[in-house]
Design a protein around this ligand. Structure first.
Ligand SMILES: Cc1cc2nc3c(=O)[nH]c(=O)nc-3n(C[C@H](O)[C@H](O)[C@H](O)COP(=O)(O)O)c2cc1C
Length: 283
């Protein structure tokens, strides 16, 4: 794909010709099912992208860890869900501006549309990748227009043969709508994962979240009985109880197809839109 931002600098450690997929093709993928949940005590999520592969490992990092990772074999990625004031300098190679639309963990406050340009404005030369609700080429084109260097896509890649989820979960994703998702703490409470205040996970609404969302303190009082019941249901693949993380991009996900096809389709559609801008007339 030929979309490049002329002023876009490659992250430290990359030359422009060896820039990672997020820079060259403007689409970067998480690999749902391969990530583990690591609550962070920081308001920023750090993760590392191995230099040698497209896979993503998510870890709990501090700025100190980011420096250590850069010195080793990976890139430091910082994910933020609110725009800090002033210049943002946390030693990241890439900043992910993640809106509340995103599947999985994050914050509720900001949308991708407003957060992305605000983060771009304070990121200096560090490339910003937009995340949250972006599932097709229109999302990529819009993110580039907002000043991002690319997008980070999670939920769309959940509905692929490569993702480690069950066929049942993948089918559910193709049937569900964005309105069927909810940001909630209940799955963290029952799994006894101590995410910091303000962090919730966006997931498909199911019987479990219908029962406990809004009744969190009751759920806490019902542990460990509910925890045991939860894991029994999860082991049986019972998605009426166990969590299926998914974001608001679901309206655009109607089929299960290979990840490579998705990347190519997103890139081609964005390129086409940016070249031709169909339906837009300037008089
Ligand atoms: C099933 C699933 C699991 C995820 N697991 C993690 C995780 O363990 N750690 C993490 O930092 N982000 C996780 N994420 C968030 C993604 O890395 C990404 O930021 C997000 O999915 C982007 O928004 P989108 O889902 O709207 O594309 C997960 C997302 C999904 C859909």
């Amino acid at each position: 794909m030929a979309i490049r931002k002329p002023a876009m600098a490659a992250p430290r450690g990359w030359t422009s010709s060896s820039a990672p997929p997020a820079m060259r093709g403007s689409v970067s993928a998480t690999s749902p099912g391969r990530c583990s949940n690591f609550p962070s005590s920081s308001t920023r999520h750090w993760s590392a992208i191995p230099r040698s592969s497209a896979s993503l490992s998510v870890t709990r990092c501090t700025s100190r860890r980011a420096s250590r990772r850069r010195a080793s074999s990976s890139f430091a990625r910082c994910r933020i869900s609110t725009a800090p004031s002033g210049r943002f300098d946390a030693g990241a190679d890439i900043i992910v501006a993640q809106g509340t639309e995103a599947g999985g963990h994050g914050k509720a406050g900001r949308t991708t549309l407003t957060l992305t340009p605000a983060v771009v404005d304070i990121a200096g030369s560090v490339p910003v990748v937009a995340a949250g609700g972006l599932s097709d080429g229109r999302g990529l084109a819009a993110a580039l227009m907002l000043g991002a260097s690319g997008i980070l896509v999670g939920t769309r890649f959940w509905a692929t043969p490569e993702a480690l989820g069950s066929d049942k979960v993948k089918h559910l994703l193709t049937q569900a709508r964005s309105d069927d998702t909810l940001r909630t703490r209940v799955f963290d409470i029952v799994r006894e994962l101590p995410w910091p205040d303000g962090y919730t996970g966006r997931a498909l609404v199911n019987d479990f979240s219908r029962k406990w969302h809004g009744n969190e303190s009751e759920l806490e009082k019902s542990l460990p009985r509910e925890t045991e019941a939860y894991w029994t249901a999860a082991r049986a693949g019972d998605t009426s109880t166990s969590v299926v993380f998914a974001g608001e991009g679901l309206d655009l996900i109607r089929d299960i197809k290979p990840a490579g096809n998705i990347v190519r389709a997103i890139s081609a559609e964005a390129e086409d839109l940016l070249k031709t801008r169909p339906g837009v007339q300037i008089t």
